[in-house]
Design a protein around this ligand. Structure first.
Ligand code: HEM
Length: 234
């Protein structure tokens, strides 16, 4: 990838900072304001609370760090590739558990499933994310495609990966909007501290996504083993 005219490394520090801010904010919201978490409980809202936390910290934050690992780590290509695919696997697994929590909450509270644009896009995101991971694993890691297939697949992998990621950030933003709207409809103060916290968490999420994309398109640090095929590595 050619890269935009900015060095990736300083931008990746902004990404790390926003990652910590977003993680702290979603945890404070769900622990301090929403009462914490449970997998089994008579208070079903505690099951739901796992959903935003796992989706943001898992799919969005760890997934974003996975995307920028080629830009943020001063390591050899093989190490970066391993870290990239393992972080994406963790993001995907936490995302699947997070979506399972949303379904579990709905089912145990006799609420319908899949009635919103948020939930429809959410299913699309997790299916595309899983497909992208599997294709990447088979072509670039094991058993690995021919050099020609890898070179041809790479720009598609980068484009499709960034597309799915933008879709994930949009879906999370819709999720914050939907949950806050439910809470406000049942009495939460529209200009209260919790409402501000949720909206600012959504803003940090969008900024995080923006800086992940900038990092991914920026000039990566030269690796010790740069040459040939690696020069077009995403
Ligand atoms: C990319 C991240 C996310 C994905 C892929 C995702 C996916 C989903 C899916 C598939 C459902 C449907 C569950 C069912 O129908 O039983 C759902 C429900 C829900 N999610 Fe998310 N979610 C994400 C992030 C968030 C965030 C950050 C929030 C913030 C609170 C949130 C709030 C909700 C709410 C309120 C519901 C229940 C209402 C509904 O089904 O639309 N989601 N989510």
């Amino acid at each position: 990838m050619a890269g935009i005219a900015v060095d990736a490394m300083p931008v990746t520090w902004v990404v790390h900072f926003l990652a910590i801010a977003g993680a702290v904010m979603v945890l404070v919201w769900n622990i301090h304001f929403r009462g914490g978490f449970a997998w089994e409980s008579s208070d079903k809202s505690l099951i739901f609370n796992l959903h935003p936390v796992l989706m943001l910290i898992g799919l969005i934050i760890i997934g974003g760090e996975a995307i920028i690992s080629y830009r943020s780590l001063p390591l050899k290509k093989e190490w970066k590739k391993l870290i990239h695919l393992v972080l994406h696997a963790i993001a995907l697994i936490l995302g699947i558990i997070g979506i399972t929590a949303a379904f579990k909450y709905h089912n145990e509270s006799s609420i319908a499933n899949l009635y919103s644009i948020h939930s429809w896009m959410g299913i699309g995101v997790i299916v595309l994310y899983g497909t992208q991971w599997l294709y990447g694993f088979v072509i670039f890691f094991f058993p690995g495609g021919s050099l020609a297939l890898r070179a041809e697949s790479l720009p598609w992998h980068v484009l499709f990966g960034l597309f799915v990621y933008v879709l994930a950030v949009s879906t999370a933003t819709l999720g914050f909007l939907e949950k806050l709207t439910f809470l406000e409809a049942s009495g939460l103060a529209k200009y209260g501290s919790e409402a501000f916290l949720v909206n600012f968490t959504a803003i940090v999420t969008v900024l995080y996504g923006a800086f992940v994309i900038i990092s991914a398109l920026a000039r990566r640090p030269p690796a010790e083993d740069d040459s040939g095929y690696t020069a077009i590595e995403g």
